[in-house]
Design a protein around this ligand. Structure first.
Ligand SMILES: Cc1ncc(COP(=O)(O)O)c(C=O)c1O
Length: 371
């Protein structure tokens, strides 16, 4: 028997963290395949905005030919930043690479937030801003977008900003609603003097970037990722364009070995052939237009115009959750929402033409069975 009678671990932990909602992890492909009895290659996964074409073969080659996995990675991701300088045109001194852009979001929050400060979250949007903000004891100020168009409500946003506001997050194109934020809105938010983080995870599919504004504003950070365009979501690599006054502190607080040898090698290789990447963007953008037209033809489904690699749909007839769950049993995965401003809705990632065909056939059958 233990001599120590009662240990209350909960009492030793941060109370605010104990109260956080539990995270529901996404089921890995192997498990899904086992549970549904459907082979992995038959699963149509359109729920996480991944690149349906995978990554550049040059990245696969870089991974298989690398012989230094037993050595720790370069903490500065030097060669990758050099390749990014060439690819983006931004000086490598202003580029920092992270384990996904998620890590860069976390580093920024860690650098700027003292408990009790606030961040501005333009909802509905990518959940990571509030998820991380809460973990660092920021007050997360949610400012609702227009319920129809999901445009940022500039007046309400400016009103929400006060002395303790540290960061305004803008996702453009926005996830999950796929609309762009206009430049005037971004400039108006930058004029507050607060740090504005523009999350451009999907900008390649819009053909619009606000990276150019980083030379004009010292309070602007632009974040990008290799997860979407380059098809390297599983390796976790993202990067940001930062003001020098911010990046010098991020270097001090990031974990030294944040980006693995594999991730650096594959990301670097994927930048060597921009034509391959642009071709895939072209295919996805063309398929987005086709998918949009097909979804428009469905009774009771309202797809919203998309500037991204996914389409947000309102469901006016039937239950989005039931539709999503029935599709799942057939091996087709889409993302479902039912929360304020995203009532009875789903988000479908743009896949290959073949995946679109399978999705549409199943969606038609499921809708007919619900009617
Ligand atoms: C808007 C947005 N930002 C960032 C990310 C995360 O990117 P990464 O995979 O680089 O962490 C995602 C991923 O889905 C996203 O939707």
């Amino acid at each position: 028997m233990s001599l120590i009678k009662e240990i209350n671990l909960d009492k030793m932990m941060r109370p605010d963290l104990l109260e956080l909602e539990e995270y529901t992890p996404i089921e890995p492909l192997e498990k899904l395949s086992e549970r549904l009895g459907i082979p992995i290659e038959k699963i149509v996964k359109l729920d996480a905005n991944e690149n349906p074409y995978g990554c550049d073969p040059a990245a696969l080659e870089a991974l298989s030919s690398n012989r230094v996995y037993h050595i720790y990675p370069d903490p500065a991701s030097f060669f990758l930043r050099e390749a990014l300088e060439k690819f983006t045109g931004f000086d490598k001194e202003r580029l920092l690479v992270g384990s996904g852009s998620d890590e860069l979001l976390e580093l920024l929050i860690r650098l700027f937030i003292t408990p009790g400060d606030n961040i501005i979250d333009l909802v509905p949007t990518f959940g990571m801003y509030s998820f991380l903000g809460k973990q660092y004891q920021a007050e997360v100020r949610a400012v609702a977008r227009d319920p129809q168009t999901y445009a940022v409500d500039l007046e309400a946003t400016l009103k929400a900003v006060d002395d303790r506001t540290k960061i305004i997050f803008i996702c453009t194109p926005n996830n999950p609603t796929a609309n762009l934020c206009p430049e005037e809105t971004i400039r108006a938010l930058l004029a507050t003097g607060k740090l504005v983080v523009v999350d451009e995870a999907y900008h390649d599919f819009a053909g619009i970037s606000y990276g150019k504004l980083t030379s004009e504003y010292e309070n602007l950070v632009v974040l990008r990722t290799f997860s979407k365009l380059s098809g390297l979501a599983g390796l976790r690599v993202g990067y940001g364009i930062f003001p020098l006054a911010i990046i010098k502190h991020l270097w001090k607080i990031k974990q030294p070995y944040n980006v693995t040898v594999a991730a650096q090698a594959a990301a670097r290789a994927s930048l060597q052939d921009p034509a391959w990447l642009h071709e895939k963007v072209g295919l996805i953008v063309a398929e987005r237009a086709r998918l949009f037209g097909l979804l428009q033809g469905l009774d009771g489904i309202e797809p919203l115009a998309s500037a991204s690699n996914f389409i947000f749909c309102r469901v006016h007839r039937g239950n989005a959750r039931a539709i999503k769950e029935t599709l799942e049993t057939r091996g087709v995965f889409i993302r479902y929402f039912n929360k304020p401003l995203l009532k009875n809705a789903f988000r479908i990632s743009v896949g290959t033409p073949e995946q679109t065909n399978i999705l549409m056939q199943n969606l038609r059958e499921v809708l007919a069975s619900q009617a």
